[in-house]
Design a protein around this ligand. Sequence first.
Ligand code: UT7
Length: 334
Amino acid sequence: MAAQLVTGVTITGWGSALPERTVTNEEIATLFDTSDEWIVERSGIHTRHVATGPFVDPPADPHPPLSGLGTTGTLAARAAREALQVAGLEGTDVDMVVLCTTTADQLIPASSASVAAELGVTGGAMDINAACAGFTYGIVTASGLIAAGARRIVLIGAETLSRATNWSDRTNAFLFGDGAGAVVVEATPSDGSLLGWDLGVDGSLVDLLYAHHGSGMAMRGKEVFRRAVTATVASARASLERAKLDVDDVALFVPHQANIRIMDAVAARLGLPQEKVASVIGSTGNTSSASIPLALVDAIRAGRVSEGDHLLLAGFGAGMTWASAVWRWQGNRP
Ligand code: UT7
């Protein structure tokens, strides 16, 4: 029997998970000299969810189980379970877990392994670390795996950035938050959903944003800001061109939720009006790989996505990496 290569992909389920503890800007202002007004004006962030850090009691066990409370794996598994439920699937129906994260729970093994164990997936599991561009790298990777013969993939963006934050660095500690967003990506006999994509890296810029083992994040914020706008706009235009679409064809822009000023600047340069931009930054902060799926899931739940809509995803991050994708929404049917 000849195997038929199915190249169509579609998203059939979605879910999210956020730690219970929210931290306000007023609470952040107890750590160092800052204010709610400054943080809101410079970033658009009001609150963020955290699983660890100075506002959360440390776990009794300093080395909690791999899938223990307050871990990237736990948040990822919660979001993935919701996504599977929407898709009407069990973990055992899924071929593979692809987890995009910069904050893996340990060096070895990949956090996706504990997520796979939680879900009952045995077909494969891997982490992708492309920083804040991670989820978009992930959606291209998942689509490629499906083109190569996989049928169903749980694709997750999950982070516990609170563990990598330098909580005494007032130049960036207010930016980050924890959370997870997940989608189920399935093969479909109809036309594909990934119409165009663009991935990139400029590895000469690793010093702009990094965290060494055991130390918090360091960032040259202004420099990241400037390059982020340029790279995201260029990448989004490249994806639209490959999809043979115009910016006016975009129904919803789902940018990496880094800073409302970056999101606004990118949308303005692309010529996208505010009402077409998905935004959760005000209540989540920057959740790196989780930010695009969190914004996407929020938009889906709010009824902002209809069958046939063209979505534009675009992000950038440490590395520097950047990534964008044009995705045609097909509704949640395989
Ligand atoms: O996910 C990808 C990774 N990261 C990003 O996307 C972040 C990109 N960068 C940014 O979002 C912005 O650069 C920040 C929000 C981090 C900072 O905003 P900014 O407009 O670039 O501010 P700045 O660093 O130029 O600082 C302006 C002023 C400075 O004072 P002077 O030199 O003008 O007197 C800072 O010392 O604000 C001061 N400042 C603060 N003031 C109150 C810096 N941090 C704070 C603070 N509260 N927390």
